[in-house]
Design a protein around this ligand. Sequence first.
Ligand SMILES: Nc1ncnc2c1ncn2[C@@H]1O[C@H](COP(=O)(O)OP(=O)(O)OP(=O)(O)O)[C@@H](O)[C@H]1O
Length: 244
Amino acid sequence: MSILVAEDIKFIKNGRTILDIEHFALEEGEVTALIGVNGAGKTSLMQILALLQQPTSGRVIFQGEVANKKNLRQLRQRMAFVFQQPLLLDMTVRQNIAMGLRLRKIPKQEIEERVNLWLEKLGITHLADGPVRFLSGGEAQRVSIARALALQPEVLFLDEPFTGLDSPTRGQLLLDIARLLHGTKIATLFVTHDYAEIPHLAHRLSVLDQGRIIQTGKPEEVNKNPKNQAVVRLLQWIPLSNIS
Ligand SMILES: Nc1ncnc2c1ncn2[C@@H]1O[C@H](COP(=O)(O)OP(=O)(O)OP(=O)(O)O)[C@@H](O)[C@H]1O
């Protein structure tokens, strides 16, 4: 079932068409990886889906409800983000994870329970009462993931969450996120430049080229049957079949 759908999206800036997308959907319980070269439009598409950017034309539909000015805030509250930079506030780990829940006026007792649960799931309980400024990059990213998942979002945006981490840290975090997401109902968009990550996490792969979705399918199918030369060029560096 589609949770978030972008329909007939055109995003035009200074007379240039940055996105031209007829249909793009995030499915319940699935991770969709989005790849494309620098400037293909990945960030723009993510921002439009996250209702942070208004397209020139077209609509975003969240669980059957068309996003508009009136419901924007309420719909955004059902989404969560993990960025390349964890963007933590200068407080304790616990306070960082609790912050979004406080803003959503969740009762105190429930905040405590959810924070403890996600601290444990991310393996960072021992860091809970320390300041975030002493954390390693991998630990900080775990806090940012705990903060996002504690919100119990229906849609999760992962914007290159592993970039900048060393290989062992990245590998372990990737497996942990896969374990936490797979089997939930969360619809996830995963933007990455590292194609080696895709088979471990994503159920589907969409390829964006010059603002258009040129292929969507299971990662291994896209790899086996690339639709055109643009997809071949993108995938040629690391064939997915050699990694999964
Ligand atoms: N608000 C804007 N005004 C003008 N141009 C824009 C705007 N937003 C994006 N662009 C342009 O649209 C194109 C796509 O940008 P976008 O950041 O979405 O690509 P991307 O695939 O995320 O790239 P990267 O991998 O480098 O992050 C770029 O050429 C960018 O300069």
